[in-house]
Design a protein. Structure first.
Length: 577
């Protein structure tokens, strides 16, 4: 049926037939009439327009506006949009206190709540809009879990702030806290910086987790090419929203679904873009979780192997010089993808939400010369990716470190152990550590935290004190995409399940080698086994509620810290009900 034709769609195989077709559904239709819908609108496909709009943070504040434009696109394509919202936990505000335990958990709650809304109301397709870190993978996970025709759209990045003649981001404010505690910044300058660092709506402007996963959305094929680039305040963002609404109707007409798009090759493309852009280490957690929703085994080690063979070519913060707005102004994510495709690092035959392949989408993209934001693969910033996965006797399930912008990739020193982030941050504030030490923060993993907190407050304070390259930090928790320095996260097995990180003692010599991809402690297997005999897990403070429930269900970071069996265990798919 041509799009825009007012003929009634054949709903015989669409989920919405259960709530809109036949005399037995008269009570259901009465609810739609109560909301002002017409008989024509009820006869059309129902398209969920899911956003994480709220007033928690600038990342999400513009999503309500963009959702209205998506709805206009759906209507133009002959569909009936039904807008709904889900939660978010914004890392910039949750950071550095117990609230950060809610962050990774929110990814699961977002995916679960979108699934329940779609299932409960029998929507036929969906457009998902997300703004900050966990909302992007959470929405993509829901799209794949439900497997109805779907399009993802990023809400856009924040504009850079200006402080003393230079561009700044929220990363600079976190690092300024460390500089202030070291007496290197006045109260007045700190206050001025905090007032100007975040001047608009949108997610953090560097290649932190939100922008990393926004790049992934295009690379994996779930978002329209170019849609991730425009900053949140730009009107161009609304045009992309209209186009995303129109696109989902094309997908519905052709029955192209997310699992037709997200194949192993598409996941490899996503990992390539993370490495090439010096993206967030959190992608090593989110890509396995996204793959899990498709029934594809794509763990941290597979991600790491792709990182090893991918050149680092995008000079983006925190390791580089530029922010998302700069990338947008030279052509956006398609420029990065074009450079990688031309260099032979992408699978060009992967299907995307345009209904065309990656190579077809990029055919007319011209790599821009006269700029140094994205380099050609023949002249990379470094020959291997900006993120490295490590293994060794301290991390048999793996660990991850962002090396983008780092000069020294080997570090060895004595351990100084902390059983929670608060203790480590307090020691850093008091400067109760020594140059050359490896700070260990444990019992912060998915199960032990619970919730696998990020440690930006601690790492930024170290950097602000001028010690970012003079000490290392390892944790079974996570690091923000804004973290820089020798910071290793996702160490597994985590301390709460008896992992070696929980057996460490002050003074144990730890060696990190990001060139060889190893993380080890100078203890024999016999010594570790002897220590394990006397080990007792630390009891966390969340013995009821959502965090308790999460701790009972969550799996290891190695596999994405997922909480259900995934598509491999399915007996039927929602889209086929």
């Amino acid at each position: 049926m041509p799009l825009g034709d007012k003929k009634v769609w054949d709903k015989s195989k669409l989920p919405s037939r259960h709530v809109s077709v036949g005399p037995e559904r008269a009570p259901h239709r009465s609810y739609y009439y109560a909301m002002g819908m017409t008989a024509e609108e009820i006869a059309q496909p129902f398209v969920g327009v899911a956003t994480c709009w709220n007033e928690a943070a600038p990342c999400n504040i513009a999503l309500n506006r963009q959702a209205q434009s998506v709805k206009a696109g759906v209507k133009a394509g002959g569909g009936t949009p039904r807008e709904f919202t889900t939660i978010t936990v914004t890392d910039g505000i949750a950071m550095g206190h117990q609230g950060m335990k809610s962050s990774l958990v929110s990814r699961e709650v977002i995916a679960d709540s979108v699934e329940l809304t779609m299932r409960g109301h029998c929507y036929d397709a969906m457009v998902c809009l997300a703004g900050c870190d966990k909302t992007l993978p959470g929405m993509m996970m829901a799209m794949l879990r439900l497997n109805v025709p779907a399009v993802f759209m990023y809400g856009g990045s924040i504009l850079p702030g200006r402080f003393k003649g230079r561009d700044v981001t929220v990363q600079d404010v976190f690092e300024a806290v460390g500089a202030h505690s070291a007496g290197k910044m006045s109260d007045e300058d700190l206050h001025e910086l905090e007032c100007v660092a975040c001047p608009s709506a949108g997610a953090c402007g560097g290649q932190f987790t939100a922008n990393t996963m926004a790049c992934v959305s295009e690379a994996i094929g779930l978002a329209l090419p170019g849609s991730a680039g425009a900053p949140a305040p730009y009107e161009d963002r609304d045009r992309w929203a209209v186009r995303s609404g129109e696109a989902v109707m094309h997908l519905l007409e052709r029955n192209i679904r997310p699992r037709d798009i997200v194949t192993r090759k598409a996941l490899e493309n996503a990992a390539v873009v993370v490495a090439a852009s010096g993206g967030s280490t959190n992608a090593a957690l989110h890509l396995p979780a996204i793959a899990h929703e498709c029934g594809i085994d794509f763990d941290i080690h597979e991600v790491g192997r792709i990182f090893e063979r991918t050149p680092y070519i995008a000079d983006l913060k925190p390791g580089g010089r530029y922010v998302a707005k700069d990338l947008y102004e030279i052509g956006g994510v398609p420029v990065l993808l074009k450079a990688l495709l031309d260099g032979g690092f992408l699978h060009g035959d992967c299907m995307t939400v345009t209904g065309k392949t990656m190579a077809e989408n990029l055919a007319d993209v011209v790599y821009p010369t006269g700029q140094d934001i994205v380099r050609p693969t023949s002249d990379p910033l470094s020959p291997t990716g900006g993120v490295v996965v490590l293994r060794g006797n301290l991390a048999t399930e793996g660990a991850v470190v962002k090396v983008a912008g780092m000069k020294n990739l080997v570090f060895s020193g004595p351990a100084r152990c902390f059983d929670c982030e608060e203790d480590a941050f307090a020691a850093v504030e008091r400067r109760e550590y020594k140059e050359g030490e490896v700070l260990v923060i444990r019992y912060e993993g998915p199960r032990g935290g619970p919730g696998m907190r990020e440690m930006l407050a601690t790492t930024a304070a170290l950097y602000g004190q001028g010690m970012g390259d003079k000490v290392a930090l390892i944790t079974d928790g996570r690091f923000s995409g804004a973290t820089r320095g020798f910071c290793i996260g996702h160490v597994g097995p985590e301390a709460a399940v008896g992992g070696p990180i929980g057996l460490l003692r002050d003074g144990d010599v730890i060696t990190i080698d990001a060139e060889k991809g190893t993380l080890s402690v100078a203890l024999s297997d016999a010594e570790l086994a002897e220590r394990r005999k006397g080990w007792q897990p630390r009891r966390h403070d969340f013995q009821s509620g959502c965090l308790w429930k999460y701790a009972q269900l969550v799996g290891p970071a190695e596999k994405g810290a997922v909480t259900h069996p995934g598509a491999a265990a399915e007996t039927h798919i929602y889209a086929d009900q």
